[in-house]
Design a binder for this molecule. Structure first.
Ligand code: ADP
Ligand code: GLC
Length: 484
């Protein structure tokens, strides 16, 4: 079975968030199951540099743009290497973040850039670009790849299509002249096409046209069918409920392993746990926090946007209990950056904030913190709570989406039966968040239940094995049905 995965980011070539982690790991896991999975991404300069063995394999003109198809491969952790295609056109020749400029402002031509990417990926999937390979199934991720199922729907003999929603809040909205400039069929300017309140929503290319829809946790698959979480698209998703399912993300357990992590000062596992304390002291020193073994050190690593509940945390900070320290790493909205900077300035030695994107520091926070905060308003899956569990760092989460699905609250009953793995905050509010932090602090004072929480979390298996199997089954089912 030949499967082409298409997305705007994939670690280790380019990553801004969890999409990159998932698209970086899933194809390798699929290849481990014998699926001929391949990846296609835009050839951002950094991605091209990171894929050192990429060679041009085809050239073409697409909707007026010169395009070169590059092909290279990446190690997967298993025996097989992962073939990777990069779409090189002028539109992607910009340094830095794939989506925005150095001031965090989205490139205004993003819809056109990713429409071009989708045209190229469709041609590749159909065997029009690299004649030695075509796809049986195309798996497109998020709005940047949304037009791919739509373009493929125009071909009578085409691969099956799967579209995965990693975040419904990002919709690829485009209006007026810009929309006209995309050269899409006039029939798509309708409610059952891409039209969305007078604009086009490129995510609808996936939602309306793909044969199968998935999202990244079972809970989020339910939530997005409600007005509260549906971002205006819940009606369409209810309409397509029979082809929509939630498949929980996995994590790359080689990259995120406290026993081998090269970013850490000391490595540890559930049996040899002593080095966690050394990581904590090192983190406190690195970030200018008071080096106090008894303090509850709470970490947070996140994009700094409304979704992530950063404002809830900011409101709670002045009332943080004595004995709690906070280490935050993040980049995003300028207002959150400024507010976190001010909070750290107001409570030096207790609150540390590092602005920016820093992969090794993200690992050191996971290892050095005692607890890890994910106070999201909504969270399709969330990956940092998985990393925290694996690093023996107790997650404090809101009860939404994948967080709801993956953390078992430390209620007296769950503590007694040994199923508790973290602290679940009763509502996305600063009062509830503060109460959850206080509850965590109280639990932390008592060694035995705390150690049990850590052990239960570390014993969980969140590797890709079962999720990759679920995707492989979905692809196979889709092919079987299209043959019959
Ligand atoms: P989202 O995709 O919504 O941002 P996830 O929890 O799925 O949320 O994934 C976030 C990923 O990005 C994790 O791997 C996390 O460690 C990483 N990350 C987020 N912000 C930063 C940062 N400032 N520096 C390093 N890694 C970060
Ligand atoms: C999105 C979501 C996040 C999810 C990630 C990977 O960025 O916000 O919850 O974990 O995609 O699927």
């Amino acid at each position: 079975m030949r499967v082409l995965l298409a997305a705007s980011e994939a670690w280790p070539l380019v990553k801004t968030g969890g999409l990159g982690d998932v698209v970086g790991a899933l194809p390798g896991a699929l290849r481990g199951l014998g699926v001929d999975a391949r990846l296609v991404l835009p050839a951002y300069p950094a991605a091209r540099a990171a894929l050192a063995n990429a060679e041009p394999v085809a050239r073409s003109a697409l909707y007026g743009a010169d395009m070169t198809l590059l092909r290279g491969d990446l190690p997967t952790g298993g025996r097989r290497r992962l073939p990777v295609y990069l779409i090189a056109t002028d539109a992607f020749e910009r340094p830095g973040n794939p989506y925005h400029d150095a001031d965090n402002v989205d490139w205004p031509d993003n819809p056109a850039r990713f429409a071009l990417f989708c045209r190229a990926a469709a041609a590749l999937a159909l065997g029009h670009l690299a004649p030695d390979w075509c796809a049986d199934v195309v798996h497109a991720h998020d709005w940047q790849a949304g037009l791919l199922p739509a373009f493929l729907s125009l071909h009578p003999r085409r691969p099956g299509t799967v579209f995965t929603i990693h975040n419904l809040a990002y919709q690829g909205l485009v209006d007026g002249d810009a929309a006209a400039g995309l050269g899409l069929p006039a029939a798509w300017w309708q409610m059952d096409g891409l039209e969305f309140f007078g604009q086009l929503a490129l995510i609808k290319g996936g939602l309306a046209f793909a044969d199968r829809l998935t999202t990244v946790s079972p809970r989020y698959a339910q939530e997005i069918q409600t007005p509260a979480f549906g971002c205006g698209l819940d009606g369409l998703l209810r309409h397509r409920a029979d082809v929509l399912s939630g498949i929980l993300n996995g994590i790359d357990t080689a990259q995120w392993n406290p026993a081998t992590d090269p970013a850490l000062l000391g490595r540890y596992d559930a049996e040899h746990f002593d080095a966690k304390a050394a990581n904590k002291a090192a983190l406190q020193r690195e970030l200018g926090l008071a080096v106090r073994p008894q303090a509850l050190l709470v970490g947070l690593v996140s994009r700094l946007v409304q979704q992530k509940g950063i404002d809830l945390l900011l409101d709670a900070l002045p009332r943080l209990p004595d004995g709690v320290q906070l280490a935050v790493l993040g980049s995003g909205d300028a207002a959150f950056v400024a507010a976190l900077r001010a909070a750290a300035g107001a409570q030096p030695g207790r609150i540390a904030f590092v602005a920016g994107y820093d992969e090794p520091l993200a690992h050191r926070i996971q290892a050095g913190a005692d607890a890890f905060l994910v106070p999201s308003r909504f969270e399709p899956c969330g990956l940092t709570q998985f990393y925290a569990l694996r690093y023996g760092t107790v997650p404090i989460v809101t009860a939404v989406g994948g967080l709801f699905d993956t953390v078992t609250d430390a209620t007296p009953a769950h503590l007694a039966d040994g199923s508790a793995t973290g602290i679940v905050c009763s509502a996305p509010s600063s009062a509830a968040l503060l109460a959850a932090i206080v509850r965590t602090h109280t639990l932390y004072q008592d060694d035995r239940p705390w150690r049990q929480l850590q052990r239960t979390g570390m014993a969980k298996d969140h590797s890709w094995a079962s999720s990759a199997q679920a995707y492989a089954t979905l692809y196979r089912d889709l092919l079987d049905r299209s043959r019959n």
